[in-house]
Design a protein around this ligand. Structure first.
Ligand code: HPA
Ligand code: ZN
Length: 347
Protein backbone atom coordinates (compact mmCIF):
# COMPACT_ATOMS: atom_id res chain seq x y z
CA UNK A 1 0.00 0.00 0.00
CA UNK A 2 1.43 3.48 -0.78
CA UNK A 3 2.44 5.48 2.27
CA UNK A 4 0.17 8.36 3.22
CA UNK A 5 1.87 11.74 2.68
CA UNK A 6 3.75 12.70 5.80
CA UNK A 7 2.08 15.22 8.06
CA UNK A 8 4.91 17.73 8.75
CA UNK A 9 3.32 18.86 12.03
CA UNK A 10 3.20 15.28 13.31
CA UNK A 11 6.84 14.73 12.33
CA UNK A 12 7.97 17.91 14.12
CA UNK A 13 5.97 17.06 17.24
CA UNK A 14 7.50 13.56 17.26
CA UNK A 15 10.98 14.97 16.69
CA UNK A 16 10.65 17.18 19.76
CA UNK A 17 9.81 14.25 22.06
CA UNK A 18 12.92 13.05 23.96
CA UNK A 19 13.39 9.43 22.89
CA UNK A 20 15.91 6.60 23.23
CA UNK A 21 16.96 4.14 20.54
CA UNK A 22 17.60 0.67 21.95
CA UNK A 23 17.91 -1.54 18.86
CA UNK A 24 20.47 -0.23 16.42
CA UNK A 25 23.35 -2.05 14.74
CA UNK A 26 26.14 0.41 14.06
CA UNK A 27 27.24 -1.61 11.01
CA UNK A 28 23.69 -1.14 9.73
CA UNK A 29 24.10 2.65 9.66
CA UNK A 30 26.72 2.49 6.89
CA UNK A 31 25.24 4.66 4.15
CA UNK A 32 26.37 3.84 0.56
CA UNK A 33 28.15 7.23 0.29
CA UNK A 34 30.33 6.46 3.32
CA UNK A 35 30.79 2.87 2.09
CA UNK A 36 32.31 4.23 -1.12
CA UNK A 37 34.43 6.80 0.72
CA UNK A 38 35.87 4.16 3.07
CA UNK A 39 36.39 1.67 0.24
CA UNK A 40 38.49 4.32 -1.53
CA UNK A 41 40.36 5.28 1.63
CA UNK A 42 41.22 1.64 2.46
CA UNK A 43 41.56 0.30 -1.10
CA UNK A 44 38.86 -2.31 -0.47
CA UNK A 45 37.18 -3.48 -3.71
CA UNK A 46 33.37 -3.18 -3.85
CA UNK A 47 31.17 -5.22 -6.19
CA UNK A 48 29.19 -2.07 -7.10
CA UNK A 49 29.86 0.60 -9.73
CA UNK A 50 28.12 3.44 -7.90
CA UNK A 51 26.18 4.57 -4.84
CA UNK A 52 22.98 4.10 -6.84
CA UNK A 53 23.98 0.52 -7.67
CA UNK A 54 24.42 -0.19 -3.95
CA UNK A 55 20.95 1.18 -3.18
CA UNK A 56 19.48 -0.79 -6.10
CA UNK A 57 20.88 -3.99 -4.56
CA UNK A 58 18.91 -3.41 -1.35
CA UNK A 59 15.92 -5.55 -2.26
CA UNK A 60 15.68 -8.16 0.42
CA UNK A 61 13.50 -11.25 0.58
CA UNK A 62 14.32 -12.32 4.13
CA UNK A 63 16.81 -11.80 6.95
CA UNK A 64 19.60 -13.84 5.32
CA UNK A 65 19.40 -11.95 2.01
CA UNK A 66 20.01 -8.76 4.01
CA UNK A 67 22.75 -10.21 6.23
CA UNK A 68 24.77 -11.30 3.18
CA UNK A 69 24.99 -7.66 1.97
CA UNK A 70 25.37 -6.24 5.48
CA UNK A 71 28.46 -8.36 6.23
CA UNK A 72 29.94 -7.63 2.79
CA UNK A 73 29.40 -3.87 3.28
CA UNK A 74 31.16 -3.95 6.66
CA UNK A 75 34.40 -5.02 4.93
CA UNK A 76 35.21 -1.36 4.20
CA UNK A 77 35.59 -0.66 7.94
CA UNK A 78 39.28 -1.03 8.73
CA UNK A 79 40.74 1.73 10.91
CA UNK A 80 39.77 3.31 14.22
CA UNK A 81 38.91 6.47 12.26
CA UNK A 82 36.47 4.46 10.08
CA UNK A 83 34.56 3.23 13.13
CA UNK A 84 34.62 6.74 14.58
CA UNK A 85 33.28 8.30 11.35
CA UNK A 86 30.57 5.65 11.04
CA UNK A 87 29.35 6.20 14.59
CA UNK A 88 29.60 10.02 14.42
CA UNK A 89 27.44 10.07 11.27
CA UNK A 90 24.80 7.99 13.04
CA UNK A 91 24.96 10.07 16.23
CA UNK A 92 24.36 13.29 14.28
CA UNK A 93 21.33 11.72 12.63
CA UNK A 94 20.16 10.49 16.02
CA UNK A 95 20.41 13.97 17.50
CA UNK A 96 18.51 15.39 14.53
CA UNK A 97 15.72 12.85 15.17
CA UNK A 98 15.34 13.96 18.79
CA UNK A 99 17.04 10.93 20.29
CA UNK A 100 18.62 11.79 23.63
CA UNK A 101 20.11 8.37 24.35
CA UNK A 102 21.22 5.46 22.14
CA UNK A 103 22.24 1.89 22.95
CA UNK A 104 24.35 0.70 20.05
CA UNK A 105 24.97 -2.92 19.13
CA UNK A 106 28.17 -3.87 17.39
CA UNK A 107 29.38 -7.20 16.02
CA UNK A 108 33.10 -7.65 16.83
CA UNK A 109 33.26 -11.01 15.05
CA UNK A 110 32.36 -9.36 11.73
CA UNK A 111 35.61 -7.44 12.08
CA UNK A 112 37.97 -9.74 13.99
CA UNK A 113 37.35 -12.50 11.45
CA UNK A 114 38.78 -10.11 8.81
CA UNK A 115 41.87 -9.43 10.90
CA UNK A 116 40.72 -6.16 12.49
CA UNK A 117 41.74 -5.94 16.17
CA UNK A 118 38.82 -5.74 18.61
CA UNK A 119 40.59 -2.78 20.26
CA UNK A 120 40.34 -0.83 16.99
CA UNK A 121 36.56 -1.31 16.94
CA UNK A 122 36.12 -0.31 20.59
CA UNK A 123 38.39 2.71 20.28
CA UNK A 124 36.65 4.16 17.23
CA UNK A 125 33.12 3.67 18.55
CA UNK A 126 34.01 4.92 22.03
CA UNK A 127 35.70 8.11 20.82
CA UNK A 128 32.58 8.94 18.78
CA UNK A 129 30.23 8.25 21.71
CA UNK A 130 32.33 10.44 24.01
CA UNK A 131 32.51 13.21 21.42
CA UNK A 132 28.73 13.02 20.93
CA UNK A 133 28.18 13.19 24.70
CA UNK A 134 30.30 16.35 24.88
CA UNK A 135 29.29 18.11 21.64
CA UNK A 136 25.80 16.84 20.75
CA UNK A 137 24.44 16.25 24.26
CA UNK A 138 23.40 12.69 23.44
CA UNK A 139 24.31 9.80 25.73
CA UNK A 140 25.24 6.34 24.52
CA UNK A 141 26.08 2.80 25.58
CA UNK A 142 27.56 -0.18 23.74
CA UNK A 143 26.10 -3.67 23.54
CA UNK A 144 28.65 -6.19 22.30
CA UNK A 145 26.69 -8.66 20.20
CA UNK A 146 27.59 -12.24 19.39
CA UNK A 147 26.87 -13.64 15.93
CA UNK A 148 24.54 -16.58 16.46
CA UNK A 149 25.47 -18.35 13.19
CA UNK A 150 28.93 -18.86 14.71
CA UNK A 151 29.69 -21.25 17.59
CA UNK A 152 29.36 -20.55 21.29
CA UNK A 153 33.10 -21.25 21.51
CA UNK A 154 33.69 -18.32 19.13
CA UNK A 155 31.45 -16.13 21.32
CA UNK A 156 33.55 -17.11 24.38
CA UNK A 157 36.74 -16.26 22.46
CA UNK A 158 35.25 -12.85 21.56
CA UNK A 159 34.30 -12.20 25.19
CA UNK A 160 37.81 -13.18 26.32
CA UNK A 161 39.34 -10.80 23.76
CA UNK A 162 37.06 -7.95 24.88
CA UNK A 163 37.28 -8.32 28.66
CA UNK A 164 40.75 -6.74 29.03
CA UNK A 165 39.19 -3.59 27.51
CA UNK A 166 36.29 -3.48 29.94
CA UNK A 167 37.80 -1.04 32.39
CA UNK A 168 38.84 1.43 29.68
CA UNK A 169 35.26 1.50 28.33
CA UNK A 170 33.35 1.01 31.58
CA UNK A 171 31.32 4.19 30.94
CA UNK A 172 30.03 2.75 27.65
CA UNK A 173 30.15 -1.04 27.40
CA UNK A 174 27.28 -2.19 29.59
CA UNK A 175 25.70 -5.09 27.79
CA UNK A 176 25.64 -8.13 25.56
CA UNK A 177 23.42 -8.93 22.58
CA UNK A 178 22.81 -11.78 20.14
CA UNK A 179 22.10 -11.23 16.45
CA UNK A 180 22.49 -12.61 12.89
CA UNK A 181 20.66 -15.63 11.36
CA UNK A 182 17.93 -16.57 13.79
CA UNK A 183 16.33 -19.72 12.39
CA UNK A 184 18.25 -22.83 13.41
CA UNK A 185 20.33 -20.88 15.93
CA UNK A 186 18.20 -20.93 19.11
CA UNK A 187 19.08 -18.91 22.21
CA UNK A 188 19.93 -22.14 24.07
CA UNK A 189 23.05 -22.45 21.86
CA UNK A 190 24.48 -19.49 23.86
CA UNK A 191 23.29 -20.50 27.36
CA UNK A 192 26.78 -20.91 28.83
CA UNK A 193 28.28 -17.70 27.47
CA UNK A 194 25.19 -15.72 28.60
CA UNK A 195 25.49 -17.25 32.10
CA UNK A 196 29.11 -16.08 32.19
CA UNK A 197 28.14 -12.59 31.01
CA UNK A 198 25.46 -12.42 33.72
CA UNK A 199 28.07 -13.36 36.36
CA UNK A 200 30.27 -10.58 35.00
CA UNK A 201 27.45 -8.09 35.60
CA UNK A 202 26.52 -7.26 32.01
CA UNK A 203 23.00 -6.28 30.99
CA UNK A 204 21.61 -8.89 28.62
CA UNK A 205 19.49 -8.59 25.48
CA UNK A 206 18.96 -10.94 22.52
CA UNK A 207 17.21 -10.96 19.16
CA UNK A 208 14.32 -13.41 19.28
CA UNK A 209 11.02 -13.82 17.49
CA UNK A 210 11.94 -11.80 14.39
CA UNK A 211 11.87 -14.71 11.92
CA UNK A 212 12.27 -17.38 14.56
CA UNK A 213 9.34 -18.76 16.58
CA UNK A 214 7.81 -17.51 19.83
CA UNK A 215 9.58 -20.43 21.53
CA UNK A 216 12.88 -18.61 20.94
CA UNK A 217 11.51 -15.58 22.82
CA UNK A 218 10.63 -17.84 25.75
CA UNK A 219 14.12 -19.40 25.63
CA UNK A 220 15.80 -16.01 25.53
CA UNK A 221 13.83 -15.03 28.65
CA UNK A 222 14.08 -18.26 30.62
CA UNK A 223 17.45 -19.64 29.53
CA UNK A 224 19.47 -16.55 28.65
CA UNK A 225 17.62 -14.43 31.24
CA UNK A 226 17.61 -11.32 29.07
CA UNK A 227 16.23 -7.98 30.26
CA UNK A 228 14.87 -7.03 26.82
CA UNK A 229 13.89 -8.85 23.65
CA UNK A 230 15.06 -7.42 20.32
CA UNK A 231 12.15 -7.63 17.85
CA UNK A 232 9.92 -10.20 19.64
CA UNK A 233 7.05 -9.62 17.21
CA UNK A 234 6.37 -13.36 16.93
CA UNK A 235 5.54 -13.43 20.68
CA UNK A 236 1.90 -12.82 19.82
CA UNK A 237 1.76 -16.37 18.36
CA UNK A 238 1.86 -17.65 21.98
CA UNK A 239 -0.78 -15.95 24.16
CA UNK A 240 0.66 -17.34 27.42
CA UNK A 241 4.12 -16.00 26.52
CA UNK A 242 2.63 -12.62 25.65
CA UNK A 243 0.94 -12.49 29.06
CA UNK A 244 4.30 -13.21 30.71
CA UNK A 245 5.95 -10.40 28.73
CA UNK A 246 3.16 -8.01 29.73
CA UNK A 247 3.18 -8.99 33.41
CA UNK A 248 6.97 -8.80 33.69
CA UNK A 249 7.12 -5.55 31.68
CA UNK A 250 9.77 -7.07 29.39
CA UNK A 251 10.56 -4.48 26.70
CA UNK A 252 10.29 -5.46 23.03
CA UNK A 253 12.54 -3.38 20.78
CA UNK A 254 10.39 -3.44 17.66
CA UNK A 255 11.73 -2.22 14.28
CA UNK A 256 8.78 -1.62 11.94
CA UNK A 257 10.59 -0.60 8.73
CA UNK A 258 13.07 -3.45 9.19
CA UNK A 259 10.18 -5.91 9.51
CA UNK A 260 8.66 -4.49 6.34
CA UNK A 261 11.90 -4.62 4.31
CA UNK A 262 12.74 -8.18 5.41
CA UNK A 263 9.26 -9.52 4.75
CA UNK A 264 8.39 -10.18 8.40
CA UNK A 265 5.19 -8.24 7.56
CA UNK A 266 3.74 -7.69 4.08
CA UNK A 267 2.48 -4.18 4.81
CA UNK A 268 3.05 -1.83 7.74
CA UNK A 269 -0.72 -1.63 8.27
CA UNK A 270 -0.58 -5.35 9.20
CA UNK A 271 2.17 -4.89 11.79
CA UNK A 272 1.24 -6.09 15.28
CA UNK A 273 3.02 -3.19 17.04
CA UNK A 274 -0.24 -1.42 17.83
CA UNK A 275 -1.96 -4.64 18.93
CA UNK A 276 0.96 -5.48 21.23
CA UNK A 277 0.95 -1.95 22.65
CA UNK A 278 -2.82 -1.93 23.19
CA UNK A 279 -2.59 -5.35 24.90
CA UNK A 280 -0.22 -3.75 27.42
CA UNK A 281 3.18 -4.92 26.16
CA UNK A 282 6.16 -2.63 26.70
CA UNK A 283 6.83 -1.88 23.05
CA UNK A 284 9.50 0.49 21.76
CA UNK A 285 10.20 1.75 18.22
CA UNK A 286 13.69 1.46 16.71
CA UNK A 287 15.52 1.57 13.37
CA UNK A 288 17.67 -1.65 13.46
CA UNK A 289 19.79 -1.04 10.30
CA UNK A 290 18.60 2.32 8.97
CA UNK A 291 21.01 2.60 6.02
CA UNK A 292 19.61 -0.66 4.64
CA UNK A 293 15.95 -0.37 5.57
CA UNK A 294 15.21 3.16 4.39
CA UNK A 295 14.53 4.93 7.65
CA UNK A 296 16.03 6.20 10.90
CA UNK A 297 14.23 6.33 14.24
CA UNK A 298 11.97 9.27 13.44
CA UNK A 299 11.00 7.73 10.08
CA UNK A 300 9.97 4.59 11.97
CA UNK A 301 7.82 6.60 14.40
CA UNK A 302 6.14 8.54 11.60
CA UNK A 303 5.55 5.52 9.36
CA UNK A 304 4.09 3.53 12.28
CA UNK A 305 1.90 6.42 13.42
CA UNK A 306 0.42 6.73 9.94
CA UNK A 307 0.09 3.06 9.04
CA UNK A 308 -1.35 2.03 12.40
CA UNK A 309 -3.31 5.15 13.35
CA UNK A 310 -1.41 5.58 16.58
CA UNK A 311 -2.83 8.31 18.80
CA UNK A 312 -0.66 11.04 20.27
CA UNK A 313 -1.04 9.40 23.70
CA UNK A 314 0.19 6.11 22.25
CA UNK A 315 3.16 7.83 20.63
CA UNK A 316 4.07 9.44 23.95
CA UNK A 317 3.81 6.01 25.61
CA UNK A 318 6.18 4.59 22.97
CA UNK A 319 8.68 7.39 23.64
CA UNK A 320 8.32 6.92 27.42
CA UNK A 321 8.81 3.16 27.03
CA UNK A 322 12.06 3.77 25.15
CA UNK A 323 13.41 5.82 28.06
CA UNK A 324 12.10 3.44 30.74
CA UNK A 325 13.49 0.37 28.95
CA UNK A 326 16.95 1.89 28.53
CA UNK A 327 19.93 1.05 30.72
CA UNK A 328 20.22 4.68 31.87
CA UNK A 329 20.43 5.36 35.62
CA UNK A 330 17.04 6.01 37.27
CA UNK A 331 17.75 9.73 37.80
CA UNK A 332 18.43 10.24 34.07
CA UNK A 333 15.24 8.38 33.17
CA UNK A 334 13.21 10.61 35.49
CA UNK A 335 14.74 13.77 34.04
CA UNK A 336 13.99 12.72 30.45
CA UNK A 337 10.49 11.52 31.33
CA UNK A 338 9.77 14.92 32.90
CA UNK A 339 11.00 16.64 29.73
CA UNK A 340 8.93 14.26 27.63
CA UNK A 341 5.77 15.31 29.48
CA UNK A 342 6.54 18.97 28.72
CA UNK A 343 7.34 18.31 25.03
CA UNK A 344 4.24 16.13 24.57
CA UNK A 345 1.96 18.93 25.73
CA UNK A 346 3.27 21.32 23.05
CA UNK A 347 1.74 21.53 19.59
N1 HPA B 1 18.32 -9.44 12.86
C1 HPA B 1 19.36 -10.25 13.11
N2 HPA B 1 20.61 -9.86 12.98
C2 HPA B 1 20.87 -8.61 12.60
C3 HPA B 1 19.85 -7.75 12.32
C4 HPA B 1 18.51 -8.17 12.47
O1 HPA B 1 17.53 -7.46 12.26
N3 HPA B 1 20.44 -6.59 11.95
C5 HPA B 1 21.77 -6.77 12.01
N4 HPA B 1 22.04 -8.01 12.40
ZN1 ZN C 1 18.56 -6.10 14.93
Amino acid sequence: MPQAPCDPALREWLRALPKAELHLHIEGTLEPELMFELAGRNKVPLPYASVDAVRAAYRFTDLQSFLDLYYAGASVLVTEQDFHDLAMAYLRRARDDGLVHVEIMFDPQTHTHRGIAIGTVFAGLASALREARDTLGISGRLLLSFLRHLSEEDAFATLDAALPLREAYADLWVGIGLDSSEKGNPPEKFARVYARCAELGFRLVAHAGEEGPAAYVREALETLKVARIDHGVRSSDDPALLQTLIQRRIPLTVCPLSNLKLGVVRDLSEHNLARLLRAGAMVTINADDPAYFGGYALDNYVASAQALDLSRDELVTLAANSLQASFLPAADKTRWLDQLAVAASRG
